[in-house]
Design a protein around this ligand. Sequence first.
Ligand SMILES: Cc1ncc(COP(=O)(O)O)c(C=O)c1O
Length: 369
Amino acid sequence: MRVPATKPFFSNEDIEFITEKFKEILRGESFLTMHKYGAEFEEKFAQFIGTKYAVGCNSGTSALELICRALKISGKEVVLPSNTFVATANAIINAGGIPVFADCGDDMCLDPDDVVAKITSRTIAVMHVHIGGIVSESIFELQKICHEKNLHLIEDAAQAHGSALNGIKAGTFGIAAGFSFFSTKVMTTGEGGMVTTNDLKLVEKMKSLREFGKVKQGIYINYYTDFGYNWRLPEVASLMGIRQLESIEEFIVRRRQIAKIYDEEFYGNPNIVLVVPQDKENHNYFKYLIITPNHDRKVIHKYLESKGIQPSGYVYELPLHKQPVFPEANNLSLPKTEYVCEKHLALPIFYGMTDEQVRYVASTLKEIL
Ligand SMILES: Cc1ncc(COP(=O)(O)O)c(C=O)c1O
């Protein structure tokens, strides 16, 4: 049996809708980029997350950098987890900020105690990452810390569409959040990103920055107050996003069912430690994460592949503070991060995965362990 790591899902109705609307655009009946479907996608995404506004752009990385640029982090430090995708740090650096890596807790998300230890007089923000889609309880502690120390709390929600904790959705905890619609995500537009926020001033700044730094000035169209980018989202991507949004609840329900089967299969197994989100009922299960404390992960990975199973991407196999691109951080010791990065495994999980495939992955894993 073959089991891919992940697979997007578009129903026949979705395909019909997207292609029909795209044909209209191609016939010149509407504009090709950042037009009416872009506006509709932004409105519907903000509604889904529960913020007043959403700002679409061409990637999750751009979304995070738009937030960082709009918050003027240049020259200041931003505390972030070392256990994250490189884009989290890149967004900070490209906006002129200085990334400061902190350790994580058992749920692989930022450890608030280490965040406090990393705050200096130059800190302007904490960039929290809902890794694997997990909304950690630590977010409440981080909110408190940021409030007390007058810091911005930014969410990297690139993996957390629809995840929540105590009924509060990822994307609403901080001043702004960046989402990704990359092809592997719970909902996708191929490439794409979105910022969610309740702050209208930020929205105006980010909308300007995503279009060359333009602002409306009387009769001038080309009037620039910032050095901006071309980070617009094409209309065909927004069409995909609109349709994916209609199915996202259903996607997540299925992911939870898959996770439940894995949970049952691994129950009581001494060689498997589940990375358990505090709020399983509201977790989007972008990743199904386990720690295999007693085994060499490379061996497991290779065995799964030999059996036709493609493990899902790690989050992440080598933490940022150990990456060659951050030489000044290479000697840093972040013990928990180093442990979970080395020992965790992300099992295949996607909407169209059959129960049979889930049980096959579970039994193959138990076999090698
Ligand atoms: C945690 C995290 N941050 C940022 C990004 C960047 O998103 P994108 O690939 O859409 O630029 C991703 C996704 O790939 C991610 O997983």
